[in-house]
Design a protein around this ligand. Structure first.
Ligand SMILES: NC(=O)c1ccc[n+]([C@@H]2O[C@H](COP(=O)([O-])OP(=O)(O)OC[C@H]3O[C@@H](n4cnc5c(N)ncnc54)[C@H](O)[C@@H]3O)[C@@H](O)[C@H]2O)c1
Length: 442
């Protein structure tokens, strides 16, 4: 099949390299530097396994990248994977999706093969695919040779390739059975797991499915963090034991039950606020559970700083090290990372903030941020003479260095573990160790 993917970011590029195992894929992006890098087999993002698949796809001629002003050629499926950021009021900014859909429809005679499905993979509110794709297809008389689909993406950054190759389920919302069947066939031909379930739905069900899924994941994390607050007050209670005992109930499931600095990234915070906005402003439905999820999460960074302030009440002029900028390990993505909020609070309190992340040099950090902190890629330099340290990202590198190794050069060995990386380790006697979800005396 010939597949065109519009938007070569985390989702588009991942889908592109995975689908190019069995299909001919054209990646389209307005960012010329990105297009050039992809064609030179250099991945613009950090993802495990990306480099090999990108090299294979390009060198074997099944993957190419281009800008929209080039000759695009005919395709069986077009997947729109451009960004859908949040506007300041929490609603979704659909301008990138609109412009991608408009471009495809305007060049339909050039792009459509005998029958073509235009699918949206970007996360969009219910009704968007119908309005931006199906209705214009109908208006322009294309419905006999084109269908519309919404096919949400559930990959996780950090394990994007594996998630895309072996998804638990693939949800396909489509305008009709023919469109649904074509999208399903595209996946079946390149999936590496036979047990993937296909859920075929209406366009609107599929669109809502993505928001509900991410909102529930956010809810699980906030729920776990609330329970962690309770466990911290009960000597001899163990957070991990409690959540294991709860999560192994097949009605509940153990994943996303970790306590810590809260969720971040480009999806969970954005999708949750968009669902709240949609419910409240467009549908007049109150969402107290979703709002509480959001509020609990927003309190996490301050909570970690408060844990530090219990040991150092005044951090003005004091060197504090923050370990980890990415919102989770194995990614260079810092969008909505709780680490940024912790740094901002520490700066408001006058601390001298030093930051380390293993992927620091691959991150998109603006000058304002770089001028406000001391960011270093050497762990020892980040920690030497620090009076306190907050661990924000669960990088394996930190776990391997161990608490002894991380604290050995610190002036005062005060360590706040925002990811519970060392809760099960024996504590060096000279370290003050405070972790989320752990009673200080336990
Ligand atoms: N990142 C994730 O983990 C993830 C997971 C699931 C779903 N999603 C959703 O997928 C969508 C894409 O997210 P992302 O993280 O890949 O975004 P991204 O910002 O990494 O990539 C978007 C890309 O689209 C390009 N672009 C914008 N307008 C364009 C146009 N008109 N034509 C061609 N290219 C254009 C940009 O240059 C950019 O490279 C969002 O709706 C997001 O919510 C993201």
């Amino acid at each position: 099949m010939k597949v065109m993917i519009i938007g070569a970011g985390y989702v588009g590029l991942t889908m592109g390299v995975v689908l190019s195992a069995t299909h001919e894929v054209t990646l389209l992006d307005v960012d010329e530097d990105k297009v050039k890098a992809i064609n030179e087999m250099k991945s613009p993002i950090h993802e495990k396994g990306m480099s090999d698949l990108l090299t294979r796809g390009i060198s074997e001629g099944r993957l190419r990248a281009m800008t929209p002003d080039e000759v695009l050629g005919r395709h069986d499926i077009v997947l729109i994977c451009v960004g859908t950021p949040s506007s300041s009021d929490g609603s979704v900014d659909l301008s990138y999706v609109e412009s991608a859909a408009t471009m495809v429809l305007e060049r339909a005679n050039e792009i459509f093969s005998k029958y073509c499905v235009i699918g949206i993979k970007s996360t969009v509110p219910p009704g968007t695919t119908r309005r931006l794709v199906l209705e214009p297809l109908d208006r322009d008389g294309f419905t006999h040779r084109a269908g519309a689909a919404f096919n949400p993406e559930f990959l996780r950054e950090g394990s994007a390739i594996e998630d895309a190759q072996k998804p638990d389920r693939i949800v396909i919302g489509a305008s009709d059975a023919k469109a649904s069947e074509l999208v399903k066939r595209m996946y079946e031909e390149c999936l590496t797991r036979n047990s993937t379930a296909f859920v075929e739905t209406s366009l609107e069900s599929a669109e809502l499915c993505k928001y509900v899924s991410n909102s529930f994941l956010a809810l699980k994390i906030s729920f776990a963090n609330e329970i962690a607050n309770i466990v911290e007050r009960i000597p001899s209670a163990n957070f991990a034991e409690v959540m294991m005992g709860v999560g192994l109930d097949s009605r509940i499931a153990p994943s996303f039950f970790g306590a810590g600095a809260g969720y971040g990234g480009s999806c969970l915070p954005k999708d949750l606020s968009e669902l709240i906005h949609l419910a409240q402003h467009d549908l007049s439905v109150e969402t107290p559970i979703l709002k509480a999820t959001q509020r609990i999460n927003s309190e996490r960074p301050r909570k970690l700083v408060d844990m530090l302030l219990r040991c150092i009440p005044d951090v003005h002029g004091v060197k504090i090290s923050v370990l980890g900028l990415a919102f989770k390990p194995e990614t260079d993505d810092i969008r909505e990372s709780p680490s940024l909020s912790v740094i901002e609070i520490l700066q408001t309190l006058g601390a001298k903030v030093w930051v380390h992340d293993p992927l620091l040099n691959e991150m998109q950090l603006d000058d304002e941020f770089m001028n406000s902190v001391t960011a270093v890629d050497d762990l020892d330099i980040c920690l030497i003479n620090a009076s306190g340290c907050i661990l924000m990202t669960n990088w394996e590198n930190y776990a391997n260095t161990g608490l002894d190794g991380l604290t050995r050069l610190m002036k005062k060995k005060i360590f706040i573990d925002g990811r519970r990386a060392f809760v099960n380790d024996s504590m060096p006697s000279d370290v003050v160790y405070i972790a989320v979800g752990k009673h200080p005396g336990s």
